[in-house]
Design a protein around this ligand. Structure first.
Ligand SMILES: Cc1cc2nc3c(=O)[nH]c(=O)nc-3n(C[C@H](O)[C@H](O)[C@H](O)COP(=O)(O)O)c2cc1C
Length: 203
């Protein structure tokens, strides 16, 4: 089993609920699958090029405009290969302004590649990575769902993106309500950690 950890949080584990959930998930997973090969991409430590005016044409196959764009394309390909090689993808991400931190969006822009992770057919788009298991470990300041006025779009964004690439079910392990601090935040994190252990044991 090859596991890719995608760390989309610049905080330390001690100060982050989503990273604590991810850590619990990985510990339980490695207990069950000690031979798992784990690789990590830390999006706040490592380069994830942004699609800009120069990189965008090269992303779609045009010759790189200069050496810098060529280097960025190589980095994008490296990220894509790392992603494609994984059987299990574990994403640790906070909710920021109701969505993903920008580095996670940049990562998704890098791995959503026609002909690699999806393709277009006369019947519509076809996902090519349906055999992967994807787990989102997240945390938010607010509570969401019925009775709450706002919606977070981190989980729905990833659900859509992975469904488009063929992954039917995203496992979501989340600790909402961190903004309240104290007991509520701790209880929410502890519950998500228990869910993480169960989800890892089921893999
Ligand atoms: C820049 C920033 C924006 C945030 N925006 C939201 C938000 O829109 N909705 C929300 O519920 N929480 C928001 N929060 C709170 C975080 O989601 C919360 O602190 C959560 O615990 C972050 O996960 P972490 O503990 O793993 O870092 C925001 C926090 C930061 C730093």
């Amino acid at each position: 089993m090859k596991v890719l950890r995608v760390i989309a949080n610049p905080k330390t584990v001690e100060s982050s609920a989503s990273l604590k959930i991810e850590q619990a998930f990985m510990s339980a997973l490695l207990e069950k699958h000690p031979d798992a090969q784990v690789s990590t991409i830390d999006l706040y430590e490592e380069e994830v090029p942004l699609l800009d005016a120069k990189l965008l044409p090269a992303f779609f196959g045009a010759p790189p405009a200069d050496a810098e764009v060529e280097r960025q394309r190589e980095r994008q390909k490296e990220i894509l290969e790392q992603f494609l090689a994984a059987d299990v993808v574990v994403i640790a991400s906070p909710v920021w302004n109701f969505n993903a931190p920008p580095k996670l969006k940049a990562f998704m822009d890098t791995v959503m590649v026609a002909g690699k992770t999806f393709r277009y057919t006369p019947q519509g788009p076809l996902g090519l990575i349906g055999e992967k298991k994807v787990v989102l470990c997240s945390a938010s300041g607010l509570l969401y769902g019925e009775g709450h006025p706002f919606q977070e779009t981190l989980s729905t964004m990833l659900q859509n993106q992975f469904a488009f690439m063929g992954v039917e079910k995203l496992t979501i392990l989340t600790a909402p309500g961190q903004g309240a601090g104290g007991e509520q935040a701790a209880t929410s994190t502890a519950a998500a950690i228990e869910q993480a252990k169960a989800a890892a044991a089921a893999l």
